[in-house]
Design a protein around this ligand. Structure first.
Ligand SMILES: Cc1ncc(C[n+]2csc(CCOP(=O)(O)OP(=O)(O)O)c2C)c(N)n1
Ligand SMILES: [Mg+2]
Length: 344
């Protein structure tokens, strides 16, 4: 689909499986990934609340943004530079639930860091998922570096990076957008705007109404999509990927999403969010909205829904079992990857 056609689709507000050319199989794959991500996330909370995991930081509410965006990538060829809420994104990029639980439980076989990082720091070399740093927005510059390398090497790879709206206040974000726009790099900045940076509401974070408005100052396109509707995000992300692949440069893709949990297991959102605000988030939950949409389009029968539910349950139970049985890192290796190995 050309950029012109994609724009026409959006302005007519007719984003349907037909206009996007999506088959029932693709829609059900997206749905399965949404459900899997939600179930993995809920299990992470159960592991934390039962004292088995130290910490959880959740992707609940962000699944529509992530599935819509990652679905537009070539998942074998392109890069994902995630953040701590990227549960759905890393699953769709290829990590099985067991690996997310190995990270969550800090096991020796955690593919991201061998149990060194906090939970939520996703990375996987084979799946081209860059290892995550804790300071917010640093990953945005890393993604730009990957896109610059892809340009120099002429590989045609695209880098997608994720961050929150709060992280856009960091200098790193602004430097990254500027450099990427100047060099027309194949990078997509996916800003998942959930309205809060821990307890700081977006109105205290920025004086512009949308994150995407900032793109104009750097000379790249800025788009805002509704993260409650997976296909809205997919349509916008597909256009951004096509643009990047054609060598036309980066896109700032802001996706509005509900935050369905507290910032993390160390936070109580009832202290700073009203009951109405929290209730509204549940109404626009992308998993709920996509389920309703698929039913209305005649894609999701009750029988198929139950099959997917059961498959998801089996996979997360197996993943939890594998992770719980895995060994913890050997304490004598604690400084490995931090300092040079001591000599003989
Ligand atoms: C440079 C830096 N400052 C502060 C923090 C602590 N911190 C972690 S997450 C976060 C909020 C980020 O909010 P946002 O970017 O909106 O992402 P969200 O958590 O809402 O998805 C903060 C302040 C940090 N990790 N790094
Ligand atoms: Mg936020």
């Amino acid at each position: 689909m050309s950029a012109k056609e994609a724009k026409a689709v959006r302005t007519r507000d007719e984003i349907t499986p037909e206009t996007l050319g999506l088959t029932h199989a693709s829609l059900l794959e997206m749905y399965y990934c949404l459900r899997l991500a939600r179930a993995v996330d809920e299990r992470m909370w159960a592991l934390q609340r039962s004292g088995k995991a130290a910490f959880v930081i959740s992707g609940q509410g962000h699944e529509g943004a992530q599935v819509g965006a990652v679905y537009a990538l070539d998942r074998d060829r392109d890069w994902l530079v995630p953040f701590y809420r990227s549960v759905a994104a890393v699953l769709l990029k290829g990590m099985p639930p067991a690996e997310l639980f190995l990270i969550q439980l800090g096991r020796a076989t955690d593919p991201s860091s061998g149990g060194r990082q906090m939970p939520g720091h996703y990375g996987h070399s084979r799946h081209k998922i860059l290892s995550t740093s804790s300071p917010v927005a640093t990953q945005v510059l890393h993604a730009v570096g990957i896109a610059y390398a892809a340009k120099v090497r002429g590989t045609g790879e695209v880098a997608l990076t994720e961050l929150g709206e709060g992280a856009t206040s960091e200098g790193d974000f602004n430097e990254a957008l500027n450099f990427a726009a100047v060099h027309r790099l194949a990078v997509i900045f996916l800003v998942e705007n959930n309205g809060y940076a821990i307890s700081v509401p977006v109105s205290k974070q920025m004086a512009v109404p949308t994150v995407s408005a900032r793109a104009a100052g750097f000379g790249l396109p800025g788009v805002t999509a509704d993260g409650s509707h997976v296909l809205h995000v997919y349509a916008a992300a597909r256009e951004a990927v096509a643009r990047a692949r054609r060598g036309e440069g980066p896109t700032l893709l802001e996706v509005t999403v509900p935050r369905l949990t507290a910032h993390s297991s160390d936070d109580r959102q009832e202290k700073y969010r009203s009951a109405d605000d929290i209730a509204h988030s549940k109404e626009i939950d992308p998993v709920r909205v996509f389920t309703e949409e698929l039913r209305a389009w005649g894609v999701l029968t009750e029988e198929r829904r139950r099959e997917i539910e059961e498959r998801v349950r089996r996979e997360i139970d197996l993943g939890t079992e594998i992770a719980e049985a895995a060994p913890l890192p050997d304490p004598s290796t604690a400084t490995r990857y931090v300092y040079a190995e001591p000599g003989p």
